[in-house]
Design a protein. Structure first.
Length: 384
C-alpha cells in the first residue's frame, strides 16, 4: 500500500514518530514526494542535531527560515535541540602530542602543555567569533518552543550576552558550565525566570588544567524554580561555589535557605580518580580520596533522594579532541533516548555503593520517568 493513500492525519502521526533522530529522517521524508513532503513538513524539524561546524548551523537557519516562509499559516517548531559548539581542534596533532609525551623532564612537558592550551584558546576565540551571531539567531528562532536542549560548550570567550527565555523547556543538559549566551549576571533582577518549566537539569563539568566551570546553583534555583531532578557529572572538588550550593540544594537546611523547593532526586557523579602518571591531573590521589570521602558523608543525611554514582571514566580518551568527540557521542545518544521516552542520562547506572562501603542515600533505586505528572511518551504527536 502506498504511503500516499494513507489519511493525512495518520501520515502526520507517523512523521512525528519517525522524526526523533535529530533531523535525517525529516530531510529524507521531504525528498520522497511533494505530497509526503507537505504532509510531513510540520514534523520535519521536530528534533534537530547541530554538532559539526558554524557552517552547519548557518545552513540550518537558512533552511528553517525558508520552510517557515513557505507555510506561514502553520508555524514550524523545533521541539528537541542538540547543539555542540566544540568544532574541531586542530591543535591536537600527533607531532604536538608526541612532544608532550616524549619530553625530557616535567618542566619541558608542562611548557609543551601550556603552549598547546594557549593555541587551543586561540582556536576557540576564532571559533566563538564565528558561532556568536549564529547561536543568537538560532536561539531567537527556537527558544520559545524547545522542550529538550543539550548544549555542549567549550571555553568560549566571545559569545553574545543575549538573553533568551525558554518557556517550554523541560530538560536541559549543559557541558562546559552555564550557557555563555545568557549569563545570569546579565539578567535584570525583576525579570521572570528564564527556565520556568524546567524539570530536569544536568551539568557535565569540564576541567582543563586551571580552568573550572563556576556553576552557582543559587541563580539556577531562581531561574528554574520547578526543577525536580538534578544531576552533576564529572564533579570535582573545585570551585567552592559549585560544591557549596550543590550541598545546599540537597541538604537539610532552614526553609528560607532551600534551593529548588520541588526537588525530588539528585544524582552525583564525581570525576575519575587521577592516574599516578597523569601529567594533567589537577589534584593528588590523596586529595581526591579525601574529596570522595567528603561526598560519601554529605549524601548520608539529605532532604531529597541523593545518589552518589560511580566515578566518571576519562580513561576512554587520549586527548582533548577525543574527549570532545566522546562526550558529543555520549550526550547525543542520551538525548535521542530521552526523546523516545528512554532513561538516557537519568539511568542510575552503577551506584558508588556497589564499589564502596557507603555513599548512597536511602531512597529511589529506580530512575523516574520524564516526571511524575508526565506520560511516558515524549509528547503528543503534534506540532501546534
Amino acid at each position: 500500500m502506498s504511503l500516499a493513500l494513507l489519511p493525512t492525519e495518520l501520515l502526520s502521526m507517523i512523521a512525528f514518530s519517525a522524526c526523533t533522530d535529530g533531523g535525517p529522517t525529516g530531510c529524507s521524508l521531504a525528498l520522497v514526494s511533494k505530497h509526503i513532503r507537505d504532509v510531513s513538513r510540520p514534523a520535519r524539524f521536530y528534533s534537530v542535531s547541530l554538532a559539526s561546524s558554524p557552517e552547519q548551523i548557518e545552513c540550518f537557519i537558512g533552511c528553517f527560515k525558508a520552510e517557515r516562509a513557505r507555510v506561514a499559516e502553520c508555524l514550524l517548531r523545533v521541539r528537541h535541540l542538540f547543539l555542540s559548539l566544540f568544532g574541531q581542534a586542530n591543535v591536537f596533532d600527533p607531532l604536538r602530542m608526541d612532544a608532550i609525551f616524549n619530553a625530557q623532564n616535567d618542566t619541558e612537558r608542562y611548557r609543551h602543555i601550556l603552549e598547546m592550551m594557549n593555541q587551543f584558546g586561540d582556536d576557540q576565540d576564532e571559533l566563538s567569533e564565528r558561532y556568536a551571531p549564529l547561536v543568537a539567531t538560532l536561539l531567537e528562532l527556537v527558544s520559545p518552543d524547545i522542550q529538550t536542549f543539550v548544549l555542549l560548550q567549550s571555553k568560549f570567550r566571545k559569545l553574545p550576552t543575549s538573553i533568551f527565555r525558554f518557556p517550554q523547556l523541560r530538560e536541559l543538559t549543559l557541558l562546559g558550565g552555564d550557557p555563555k549566551f545568557a549569563r545570569f549576571r546579565d539578567v535584570p533582577a525583576d525579570q521572570d525566570p528564564l527556565y520556568p518549566s524546567l524539570k530536569r537539569l544536568h551539568h557535565i563539568f569540564v576541567l582543563m588544567l586551571l580552568e573550572h566551570d563556576d556553576v552557582d546553583f543559587v541563580p539556577w534555583a531562581h531561574h528554574a524554580p520547578n526543577v525536580t531532578h538534578l544531576k552533576v557529572s564529572r564533579l570535582s572538588a573545585r570551585p567552592d561555589v559549585t560544591l557549596d550550593t550543590l550541598l545546599r540544594a540537597f541538604s537539610r537546611v532552614a526553609e528560607e535557605d532551600v534551593l529548588f523547593p520541588h526537588l525530588k532526586q539528585v544524582l552525583i557523579q564525581p570525576e575519575a580518580e587521577p592516574e599516578e602518571d597523569d601529567i594533567a591531573a589537577t589534584v593528588t590521589i590523596a586529595a581526591y580520596r579525601q574529596y570522595i570521602q567528603w561526598l560519601r558523608q554529605s549524601v548520608k543525611e539529605t532532604r531529597v533522594d541523593t545518589v552518589l554514582l560511580s566515578d566518571w571514566d576519562d580513561n576512554v580518551v587520549g586527548n582533548l579532541q577525543q574527549f570532545h568527540d566522546h562526550n558529543t557521542e555520549t550526550a547525543l545518544r542520551d538525548w535521542l533516548a530521552r526523546i523516545e521516552g528512554g532513561e538516557g542520562c537519568w539511568a542510575l547506572g552503577t551506584p558508588a555503593a556497589e564499589e564502596h562501603e557507603s555513599g548512597v542515600a536511602t531512597g529511589l533505586q529506580e530512575p523516574l520517568g520524564l516526571s511524575d505528572d508526565e506520560s511516558s511518551t515524549p509528547e503528543p504527536l503534534s506540532n501546534p
